[in-house]
Design a protein around this ligand. Structure first.
Ligand code: 3PG
Length: 389
């Protein structure tokens, strides 16, 4: 992949695709991790003397319509503050943008453009015509084949990978291609069904696979234990058994909790009780791993060479059921292993326990992070590679 860092951008018109799809509540940005992650790329383009245009999507607006709720206006304001220069938001931009070297403009939500979602060729060519160099830096959207992520790369005079995209790909390669062993993955969250491909793919790579949350309940049921009223996918119990058998055949370990935290209801104030995994009653809901299990997993993390973390192991939004996730977060922070964390809930846990500075790499990707871990080629990355020959 041609890297933006290697290009001379002085006096060039540079269009940078970022993923500035941040949560906005009532005009207020509630998590700005993606904006912060894009700043070094934008600063570098300005330092190199480019005339900088930045495009991103926000949410999933209807094409052909402008809507206040999906406007990037709050993001433009925040970029102005962070960059210390005025960042105008350009509303109609597909047919031409005025920008001079040393300036940076933010282009309104690209998903408002007709043809963006279906990777329309004519639209992609218009994007390409706006610039001398198109920079793909939106790792979080690299799994989407859309006009601003995939099409523009095809038609741009010069197409390059931005520093953020390249850092994400480099970190993922470090974790998966030739990892320091043991390679331990934590795959947690509510449902096996949404992470089935991930589990199936990782089980052939990792040395240890810790499952958590509702996913673990299905594995606990597969071991023949009663899970009471817990979230469980009965139709995937056989699949869980097969994943465990595959792991065993490779000599990989899928540890299952020996103790769990249960409650009679899914609520912040529900009374939490620690029980042995074989003592879960008919009215119990499993909402976290127990302290013995957390200590055992923390020990494994301490001895790992590489840790890949996706998903909280308990209902960490409720403090009474967050101790397992907190214990693993602290173990990752303390571990010498190269660690990589990604996914919305995971980043919320990283924030809640204040360990961002101690994680080796924090991915800005949600779906893109998962698809990469599943072993899929991201369309935007594939076309960057093609263009590089
Ligand atoms: C994300 O938040 O995962 C990315 O910005 C992609 O958004 P999308 O799922 O709407 O394509």
């Amino acid at each position: 992949i041609v890297r933006m860092t290697d290009l001379d951008l002085a006096g060039k018109r540079v269009l940078i695709r970022e993923d500035l799809n941040v949560p906005i509540d009532d005009g207020r940005i509630t998590s700005e991790q993606r904006i912060l992650a894009a700043i070094p790329t934008l600063k570098l383009a300005l330092e190199k003397g480019a005339a900088v245009m930045v495009t991103s999507h926000l949410g999933r607006p209807k094409e052909g319509q402008w809507s206040q709720a999906d406007s990037l206006a709050p993001v433009a304001a925040r970029l102005s503050e962070l960059l210390g220069i005025e960042v105008p938001l350009v509303k109609d931009w597909v047919d031409g943008v005025e920008v001079a070297p040393g300036q940076l403009v933010l282009l309104e939500n690209c998903r408002m453009n007709v043809g963006e979602g279906k990777d329309d060729e004519a639209l992609a060519k218009k994007y390409a015509a706006l610039c001398d160099v198109f920079v793909m830096d939106a790792f979080g959207t690299a799994h989407r084949a859309q006009a601003s992520t995939h099409g523009a790369i095809r038609y741009a005079k010069t197409a390059a990978g931005g520093p953020l995209l390249m850092a994400e790909l480099d970190a993922l390669a470090q974790a998966l291609d030739n990892p320091a062993r043991p390679l331990l993955a934590i795959v947690a969250g509510s449902k096996v069904s949404t992470k089935l491909e991930l589990l199936s793919s990782l089980v052939s790579k990792v040395d240890q696979l810790i499952v958590g949350g509702g996913i673990a309940n299905t594995f606990i049921a597969a071991m023949g234990h009663n899970v009471g009223k817990s979230l469980v996918e009965n139709d995937l119990i056989d699949t869980a058994k097969k994943i465990m058998a595959d792991a065993q055949a490779r000599g990989a370990d899928i540890p299952v909790p020996t103790d769990v935290v249960v409650a009679p209801a899914f609520a912040a104030d529900a009374p939490a009780t620690v029980k042995a995994v074989d003592a879960v009653g008919a009215d119990d809901m499993i909402l976290d791993i127990g302290p013995d299990t957390a200590a055992r997993y923390a020990q494994m993390i301490a001895q790992a060479g590489t840790v890949v973390w996706n998903g909280p192991v308990g209902v960490f939004e409720f403090d009474a059921f967050g101790k397992g996730t907190e214990a693993l977060a602290r173990a990752i922070a303390a571990s010498k292993a190269f660690s990589i964390a990604g996914g919305g809930d995971t980043l919320a846990a990283v924030d809640k326990y204040g360990i961002a500075g101690q994680v080796g790499y924090i991915s800005t990707g949600g779906g893109a992070f998962l698809e990469f871990l599943e072993g899929k080629e991201l369309p935007a990355v594939a076309v960057l590679k093609q263009r590089a020959g």
